[in-house]
Structures are given as structure tokens and as C-alpha cells.
Design a protein around this ligand. Sequence first.
Ligand code: HEM
Length: 304
Amino acid sequence: MVLLSSDLYSREYRVSPEDIWEEMRNDHPLFYDDIGKMWWLTRYDDVKNVFSDHETFSSSTYDLTTGQVVGPTLISRDDYGHVVRRSIVAPDFVGKRLQTYEHLILECAENLIREFSSSSNVSLVREFSSQLPVDVISAILGMEGDGDLFRSWVTDMIMGLSGSDELREKGLDANAAFCTHIAPLLDGVDNPGRNDHIAKIARAEVDGHRLTREEITAFCGLLFIAGGETTDKAIANMWWNVLSDFDIRDAVLDDISLWDNAFTETMRRTPAVISEDRFVTKPIELYGREIVEGERIRACLGAA
Ligand code: HEM
């Protein structure tokens, strides 16, 4: 079948991209999108390769998005600097160490549930999934204050990544307000009683040096924007999948261990992140086509 670039920007694609992804995987595993001026990859092995080969596929695309709003962070780096900075926070966010946050996460969830507008009819997105991530991340960072204000900053910062100058200005204003808010928390980080992540990031050393204040605030801003919308969408999609099918709903209500499966399947079927872009650092050949240095590749996780 003929695939047009405009298909990737159509209403049909936004509502239900699966058919187009299937067509791309089968007939156009490498597709040049002349509207977005980039190549799309949709097969599992190709997408995996893009995420694994940092020398050929550079994350410097993020310099044009997150870098423009929060400043330079690990996410746009391809070198060892990425790995060491990631290791400052990553171990706390997986496995047993993540469980130490269970109490804090439950408390944030219970606070939201207590505020539900009604006991019978609730908007799970507006009143829960869109609120919880920022509450949890700000608590982990050790921030105190108005959750609604923090959420409005995160929304503006994320909107600022869109490429529009006007929205970027708004994103920068939100980031400036965020930096001012956390500035006092950058003092006294050596106090042994400080267990929050701002202190952990500030105490960490990279090649024998601590991060600068700018690097620390950019790092915290990245956690907000990387963790906020993704988790909101993942929770919302999971609820949607479970509540759209009575058999699944009844199964998870009967056996709470099945929630893990519900979440994992949500991430496979309706992922919160559909694609990520990379710049090609050297000329390569894929599927018999030449891709030149500097071109953009979109690795479509949702299709893979
Ligand atoms: C279901 C929720 C989440 C999804 C689907 C998700 C997805 C992703 C993906 C696909 C990347 C790779 C981006 C790329 O290489 O281009 C990424 C990176 C990252 N995410 Fe998440 N994320 C989630 C939750 C979070 C949370 C809660 C946080 C922090 C509070 C977070 C922080 C980060 C950071 C700092 C990076 C950059 C680190 C790196 O690339 O090594 N994410 N995430």
C-alpha cells in the first residue's frame, strides 16, 4: 500500500495509529517523512538498535527540546557523562529501593482520593492521574508548597518543548519560578538529615566534582518533565484498558497481583511514550537507503 507522510499527521493516525504502524513494519520499515523531514523506524530490532548504539544515534535532539527549557541535562548526552549522572538517581527508582517510597506514594494517592469531588462519579484523569506524579516527584525532591502551582509549572515546561517560541517563553518562565522555589533547598545539602533527592543530587560527585547549581536545578527540572506526563499517561491508559473490559476489571478486582500484568500490558499496547528522536552522527545505510550525517531518525517505540 502507498503510505503518505500526511498519513502520519492525520486524525486517523492520532486516534488509532496501529494500522499504519503495521503497514510501516511490513512494507516501509524505513520511511522518509517529508513533512517532519525525518526517517521513521518501526521494527523492534531497528528501534532497539537506535536506543543501543549511542555512537551512531545521538540524543542531542534533546538540546532542541528539554535543553531549551530546563538547560543541558544528561538526557541529551551520549557519553559517559550520561551514565554517571543517571546513576545518581536511577538506583533509587527501581527494585527494593523504590519500595522505600511506597509509603510516600500511598500518602500522596490518599490525599487525592480524600479530595475527590464525589464518591460515585470521579474523573480519574483530572482528579487523580494528572495530579499524582507531580505530587510524588515534588515530595521525593523534598519540595513543599502548592501542588497546583507545581503542576502548572510542569505543564508549562512540557508545553515549552513543542517548538513554539511563545510556549517556550512560558516554559522558561515556569522553569525560572521552579528554580527560584528550589534555590533555598540547594543550601545545607550536607546536613546528614537531608534524604531528599535535591540533596542527593547536590552531594553526588562526577569525576570528583559536585554538579553546579545550574546543573542541579536542570536535573530536577528534567525529573519533573520526564516523570510527570509519562506517569500520568501510563496510569490513565491502564485505567482505560482495565475499565473498558469488564472481564479484565473483574479479574484484577478478584486478584490484585494481576495489576502488574495490567500495567505491563498497558505499556505494550498503549505506551505513554510513542517515539523518541535521534540525530545520525555518521553516514549509514539502512534497507538500501543512504542516511546522511545530521539527519533525524524517529524510533517508534509504540510500533515496535
Ligand atoms: C510510565 C512512566 C515512564 C515512561 C513510559 C518513561 C519513558 C522514558 C523513555 C522512553 C526514556 C528514554 C528517552 C530517550 O532516550 O530518548 C526515558 C528517560 C528518562 N526518564 Fe522516564 N519514563 C517514565 C517515568 C519516569 C519517571 C517517574 C521519572 C523520574 C521521576 C523519569 C525520568 C527519566 C529520566 C531522568 C530519563 C533520562 C535518563 C536516560 O535517558 O537515561 N521517567 N523515560
